[in-house]
Design a protein around this ligand. Structure first.
Ligand code: GLY
Length: 355
């Protein structure tokens, strides 16, 4: 059993040291830090997130506070179906959220998984980092922990997301008793196999770097749409959905979490950068590794390529950044040199033209 008194003493000492700038000074002499202001990168749905994160860093905020505040905008947006309010639910119509955060200067992390009824999963993950001696809390425990910190419960299933889930429920199988409405254009058993229902692994990742060379990262998601309840993806797994080494860089992922977990995606990107790879080379090497390691026939197309997508994001300590995906057409959101924009992600395979 840890001694609570000595742990408290340690935490108080650490807090005092941080307040006095002693912890920060470990990276303050970094010669690689970007000269043109902070750099923030995100998945394509994070243009507002990188803008917010960089603005906060410019005002003196810590990089972790900044990236979490950035993704909070998207978590609260009911029109983004990849995360938080309006996220697509599990197969029972319940939204379950996963998130992790990592703070470069202290190399500390926090995560929650299968969290229900709380919009800001990333804030709860940050509280796991700040207010517990644990790295991850899941399910009912995560909800109880959030409520202990004053979060209010709220139904995260918006009417639009409920209708999307209902469409999936009524069309994904012709062997159950759920039927689409009689006037639906694709009503009927024959059309169910071609219902066009999209599964999504949508997620938001955000990493940021300040001018001292300090980094933090967050990834937050409602995970795979229509998943088995309790399914946990890569987003809350430190080293898969995101990872930071303050001496090297930060990385994160979006897309099929099962593939990222099996390849320790974000950790691998950071390790490749540690060994000298540039951010684009590190991202592409991990994307290739994921493609090479995908052997299940049900996950391969007729040419042996993954039928799913994954995107890896990297932000090096010197401010260089990149993203790469399995399939073409992806973008990342970036703020550097004071300008927020989208940039193209590199890709392994060109997506076939739509017929
Ligand atoms: N990358 C998000 C998920 O698979 O849950």
């Amino acid at each position: 059993m840890p001694d609570p008194v000595s742990r408290r003493t340690f935490l108080a000492t650490a807090a005092a040291a941080a307040a006095a700038g002693k912890i920060r000074s470990a990276s303050a002499d970094n010669g690689d830090a970007p000269r043109g202001g902070p750099v923030a990168i995100s998945s394509a749905n994070g243009l507002r997130a990188v803008t917010k994160a960089a603005a906060m860093i410019n005002d003196g905020a810590d990089t972790l506070d900044a990236v979490v505040a950035g993704v909070n905008i998207v978590e609260a947006d009911p029109t983004d179906h990849s995360v938080g309010l309006g996220g697509l639910p599990n197969e029972e119509g319940v939204v379950e959220l996963d998130s992790s955060v990592m703070h470069g200067p202290t190399h500390n992390s926090g995560a929650v998984a299968a969290l229900r009824n709380v919009v800001y999963a990333s804030r709860v993950a940050k509280l796991v980092l700040e207010r517990t001696d644990h790295a991850m809390i899941v399910g009912h425990g995560a909800l109880r922990f959030a409520k202990a910190h004053g979060f209010e419960e709220q139904d995260l299933l918006t009417d639009e997301a409920r209708k999307m889930w209902l469409r999936w429920k009524e069309t994904h199988s012709d062997r159950d008793d759920w039927l689409p409405p009689p006037d639906a254009p694709d009503n009927g058993k024959q059309s169910r196999a071609h219902s066009g229902v999209q599964y999504t692994y949508g997620t938001i990742h955000c990493s940021a770097l300040d001018t001292r060379g300090d980094l933090s990262a967050v990834t937050t998601t409602s995970g795979l749409s229509y998943k088995i309840p309790g399914r946990v993806g890569d987003s809350p797994i430190v080293g898969a959905g995101m990872y930071v080494d303050n001496a090297v860089g930060a990385a994160g992922s979006t897309g099929r979490g099962e593939a990222v977990i099996k390849n320790c995606g974000a950790f691998a990107v950071v390790e490749l950068m540690r060994n000298g790879a540039s951010p684009p080379d590190a991202c592409m090497a991990v994307i290739k590794r994921i493609a090479d390691h995908t052997r299940d026939p049900h996950l391969l197309d007729d040419r042996g390529r993954p039928s799913f997508d994954v995107k890896m994001y990297a932000l090096a300590k010197d401010g260089r950044f990149a993203a790469a995906s399995i399939w073409s057409g992806g973008k990342l959101a970036v703020l550097s040199n004071g300008t927020a924009r989208h940039e193209d992600a590199a890709y392994l395979f060109k997506r076939p033209e739509k017929q």
